[in-house]
Design a protein around this ligand. Structure first.
Ligand SMILES: [Zn+2]
Length: 333
C-alpha cells in the first residue's frame, strides 16, 4: 500500500455532500489507468477498466469518498459558531478538536463550559474561531459551511497507523491500488468512489442504478473485537481483511462471498469472517439498486471508528488489495 496516496486522500477534506476535492485527487491518480472516467449527477466518480474476456460481466467496486463532519447552523453575537452533525458524530470523540472551515479559517470545537461529558450533544457545542464578535466571524464563516476535524496520520509502530479520516479513504486507496496494480481484468470493472455514504447512501444507490452491475463488492472499514472492553467480535487488527457476512443494513450474498473466500484461500491471503452487529455500508445500496445483484463486502478492520484516532494495520489493507486483484482476474459468469 502506498502510504503517500492514502495520506493525500486523508488530507483532502470531503465532508458528506462536499466530496469534490477528494474526487479531483482520485481522478488525477486514476486517469492514466482508466479506460473511461466520469462523474455523475451526484458527484460519484466512476472509473471503468474494460474486461478482456468475451462477453464480460459487470463487476462494481465501491468505496465512499465522504467523511463525517459538521455544519454551521448559527453565528452567535460573540462570534461563536453553533453547529450540527453531518453523519454519525460521537460528541465525546469530537470534543476539543481542531477544525478547518472552507475559508481556510482554523477553529476549535468545544463543549459549552460546565457541560459534563455525559450531556454532550450537538446544541451544547460551539466552534471558537478566535473572532471577537459576529461581524468578525462572518468574514471567515457562514451558515451552511461544512467542515471536519483536522486530518492526521501517525505511525504507531510496526505496521499500525492511527489518524483520520481512515473511514473510508482507506477503501478509496485500496480501490486505487487495485486499479493501478492488478495484473488483469477479466470483467468490465467499475471502480466507483461514492458520495454521501455517511448520511443516506444515495451515491451508491444512483451509481449502481446507472451501472446495473452483475456483481458488487463494497470496500469500507469495519469494527473489531480486540480493543479493551470491546463487545466480543471475531475480527481483529492484523488478522487480514474481512469478508462480510452481514452488517446492520445488509446480508451479503453467500455464494459470491464464498467465491471471495475461495480466492483468498487459493492466493494464501489472510481473511476473517465479519459479522458487524451495527452500522451500514454502501453494500446494501448496491445490492438493492435496480433489479439488484449479488453483493459482498471486503472490509478493513479498524479500531475507534469515527474518532480522530481510527487505527488500522497495513497488512490487512494489503490483504484487501490482493483479494480484490484476484477477483479482477477471475472471469465471472
Ligand atoms: Zn465508511
Amino acid at each position: 500500500m502506498k502510504i503517500d496516496i492514502l495520506k493525500k486522500l486523508m488530507f483532502t477534506q470531503g465532508v458528506t455532500g462536499r466530496e469534490k476535492a477528494v474526487a479531483a485527487v482520485i481522478r488525477e491518480i486514476a486517469a492514466p489507468y482508466a479506460d473511461e472516467i466520469k462523474s455523475d449527477a451526484l458527484g460519484n466518480l466512476i472509473v471503468l477498466k474494460k474486461g478482456s474476456s468475451p462477453e464480460p460481466k459487470k463487476l462494481m467496486f465501491a468505496a465512499h469518498m465522504d467523511e463525517i463532519g459538521f455544519t454551521v447552523t448559527f453565528i452567535e453575537e460573540k462570534g461563536w459558531l453553533r453547529v450540527s452533525n453531518i453523519g454519525g458524530i460521537s460528541w465525546a470523540a469530537a470534543a476539543y478538536s481542531q477544525v478547518t472551515l472552507p475559508s481556510g479559517a482554523k477553529g476549535v470545537l468545544v463543549p459549552e463550559s460546565g457541560v459534563g461529558a455525559g450531556d454532550y450533544k450537538a446544541d451544547k457545542f460551539v466552534v471558537d474561531i478566535g473572532a471577537k464578535d459576529r461581524k468578525e466571524a462572518e468574514k471567515k464563516a457562514k451558515v451552511g459551511d461544512f467542515f471536519s476535524v483536522n486530518p492526521s496520520l501517525t505511525r504507531l509502530g510496526g505496521r499500525r497507523y492511527a489518524g483520520r479520516p481512515v473511514d473510508d479513504r482507506i477503501g478509496c486507496a485500496v480501490l486505487l491500488e487495485v486499479l493501478m496494480t492488478a495484473p488483469s481484468f477479466a470483467n468490465d470493472t467499475y471502480f466507483v468512489f461514492t458520495v454521501q455514504e455517511e448520511v443516506t447512501g444515495s451515491g451508491a444507490k444512483t451509481a449502481s442504478f446507472g451501472i446495473a452491475p452483475d456483481y458488487a463488492v463494497c470496500c469500507d472499514v469495519c469494527g473489531t473485537g480486540d480493543t479493551v472492553g470491546a463487545t466480543p467480535m471475531a475480527v481483529k487488527l492484523g488478522g487480514g481483511c474481512t469478508v462480510k457476512v452481514k452488517d446492520g443494513s445488509v446480508i451479503c450474498d453467500p455464494e459470491f462471498s464464498d467465491l471471495l473466500r475461495a480466492e483468498a484461500k487459493a492466493g494464501g491471503i489472510k481473511y476473517q469472517d465479519e459479522v458487524l452487529v451495527g452500522g451500514g455500508t454502501d453494500t446494501r445500496d448496491m445490492q438493492t439498486a435496480g433489479l439488484g445483484c449479488p453483493a459482498a463486502a471486503v472490509s478493513i478492520p479498524t479500531r475507534y471508528i469515527h474518532t480522530a484516532v481510527e487505527t488500522f494495520d497495513l497488512g490487512d489493507v494489503e490483504a484487501a488489495v490482493s483479494l480484490l486483484s484476484r477477483l479482477c482476474a477471475r472471469k465471472l459468469d
